[in-house]
Design a protein around this ligand. Structure first.
Ligand code: SF4
Ligand code: SF4
Length: 204
């Protein structure tokens, strides 16, 4: 048990909330618990980069060596689904912590870029290898804030608990951030792209 006065919640608040598991824990909250309960290293979060390490060190009272190798600051990333290759299996939909992927079973799926943290969890579950992680530095779409990413993850867990089968319905019904109309616009744009009508593309 760590003797720091910081709480698990205070530690979790400092983490990026991508839920990417790169730290070796099942999610950001798990890593926060690991730091408090198991003295886990504060160096284990690549999406947080050096700035998160510095904040964790401050709250945990850990002295950082001035000669340490700095962690790279994270890039803005997003998942791009090859709509021509997607078979609509829904495996990525279930895996995505922020419900950033929409689509119905046996129909093409697509990513809502503004909700995607680039965590990469959707990549290995795709049976036809049609998801690629891309740099979104040049994109007009902002990165998802850690606060919103966490809210979306908590709603994602609630949705999985309810075990609804129609994931597309649940995606747009569950979240205030995405209206039913916006979801339909995105799907219609994907269908239009598949039909060769690029002008109908969703730009959000
Ligand atoms: S964002 Fe950091 S703390 Fe959260 S799961 Fe990924 S590595 Fe762990
Ligand atoms: S779409 Fe993929 S990379 Fe983006 S948040 Fe969801 S699981 Fe992570």
């Amino acid at each position: 048990m760590n003797k720091s006065v910081a709480s698990t919640e205070e530690i979790n608040e400092l983490l990026p909330q991508t839920q990417c598991k790169m730290c070796g824990y099942p999610n950001c909250l798990g890593y926060a618990r690991g730091i408090i309960d198991d003295n886990a290293s504060i160096d284990l979060c690549p999406p947080g980069g050096e700035s998160t390490r510095v904040r964790l060190a401050a709250i945990m009272g850990v002295a950082l060596s001035s000669e340490r190798v700095l962690l790279p600051e994270p890039k803005k990333l997003f998942a791009l689904i090859d709509e021509e290759s997607c078979i609509g299996c829904t495996k990525c939909l279930v895996e995505c912590p922020t419900d950033a992927i929409i689509g119905a079973k046996s129909r093409v799926h697509t990513t809502v870029e503004k909700w995607c943290t680039g965590c990469g969890l959707c990549v290995p579950v795709c049976p036809v290898d049609c998801i690629e992680i891309k740099d979104k530095s040049d994109s007009a779409s902002n990165s998802l804030s850690s606060r919103t990413a966490r809210q979306r993850y908590e709603l994602h867990l609630q949705r999985l608990e309810k075990k609804h089968e129609d994931t597309f319905e649940q995606t747009y019904v569950t979240f205030d951030q995405g209206s039913k109309e916006e979801m339909r616009t995105i799907i219609e744009a994907v269908v239009a792209r598949k039909n060769g009508n690029e002008d109908s593309g969703y730009k959000g």
